[in-house]
Design a protein around this ligand. Structure first.
Ligand SMILES: Nc1ncnc2c1ncn2[C@@H]1O[C@H](COP(=O)(O)OP(=O)(O)OP(=O)(O)O)[C@@H](O)[C@H]1O
Length: 298
């Protein structure tokens, strides 16, 4: 008898989805049950401190790494068993591209292009020229920033429906970063490309992402619209004599030297802050994205 695979409901509608992903390396937990669903056409910025597992999550979601538990689906197919058709709709740029380093820029692009039905050769020509990268240079001899740009060109040229970039701006100078963000915004806006990118640069996220997800201690602490974060999360400050009134649920909790408490709290489903915020002496402070992340990650 054939086993019937039961897929979660959101799988077929989303270009990329993960459910209950668990992974560890050498006995230390990196992902402890991550659920994430990308909305078609969204640009999701994945943030988290160094070593929190962003690359691991991305690789597990794309089927490049087999998680210890949980599942991931790309265009409704199990990520670990993707068809060639599904693969041709995805572009992934790893943090440190190294593949095919013995080829020249042009040789690599010609080789890779054969696997993509909608390969945009004119885009490659104009972008290599605009980004001042000589096509006859060996990939192995490029600087990390140049290598990253070539891989970005490769990714854009395949005209993917799903574009996944692992810290795409890590080695880029500010001008190149701007160009990348412009290209990303263009692709998402005009072609409806769904984008997932990890980053440490919160200003990039604010500029181009429509949604943000924050990975912390193996779990996604929050996932919401970028514009929504300010409305939905805030810092609740309670003086020392009121700390017993602190809500039991919070995204982070820090005791200050004077005994007061700072907590990151979320509005409830009626749009209300925790009750402690209404007590005399308590304070609710709105936070920008960067402050929110620093407070949670500290
Ligand atoms: N192949 C591996 N073997 C053992 N440990 C690993 C391996 N790959 C990653 N790790 C560890 O797992 C943790 C998560 O790594 P990962 O690269 O996923 O984090 P990250 O959030 O992408 O980090 P960064 O922001 O610094 O790029 C780190 O502590 C890392 O040292």
């Amino acid at each position: 008898m054939n086993a019937v695979l039961e897929y979660p409901d959101n799988v077929s509608a989303s270009p990329l989805t993960a459910s209950g992903l668990v992974h560890c390396y050498e006995g230390s937990n990196v992902l402890t049950g991550v659920d994430l669903t990308l909305t078609p056409g969204s640009v999701l910025g994945l943030v988290g401190r160094n070593g929190t597992g962003k690359s691991t999550l991305i690789r597990a979601m794309l089927g490049l790494l087999e998680p210890l538990a949980g599942s991931a689906f790309v265009f409704g197919e199990p990520a670990l068993k993707l068809s060639d058709e599904a693969k041709s709709r995805i572009a992934y740029v790893p943090q440190q591209p190294e593949a095919l380093a013995w080829l020249t820029v042009q040789q690599m692009l010609d080789f890779v292009g054969r696997f993509y039905p909608r390969w945009d050769a004119p885009f490659i020509r104009t972008t290599l020229e605009r980004w001042k990268i000589q096509p006859n240079r060996l990939l192995a001899k490029l600087s990390p920033g140049e290598r990253q740009r070539v891989d970005l060109i490769r990714a854009f040229a395949s005209q993917p429906e799903l574009l996944v970039l692992d810290e795409p701006a890590a080695s880029l100078d500010p001008v190149a970063r701007r160009e990348l963000l412009r290209e990303l915004a263009l692709r998402a806006g005009e072609s409806g490309t769904t984008v997932l990118f990890s980053t440490h640069i919160v200003s990039d996220l604010e500029r181009v992402a429509s949604e943000v997800a924050f990975l912390h201690e193996g779990k996604l602490l929050l996932h919401c619209g970028v514009d929504e974060t300010k409305e939905r999360y805030a810092r609740l400050w309670l003086p020392a004599k009121m700390t017993s009134a602190a809500p039991s649920q919070s995204l982070s909790r820090r005791r200050n030297q004077d005994g007061s408490l700072s907590l990151i709290v979320e509005r409830d489903r009626y749009g209300q802050w925790p009750q402690a915020s209404t007590m005399p002496g308590a304070r609710i402070d709105a936070l920008g994205l960067e402050d929110l992340f620093v407070e949670i990650a500290e």
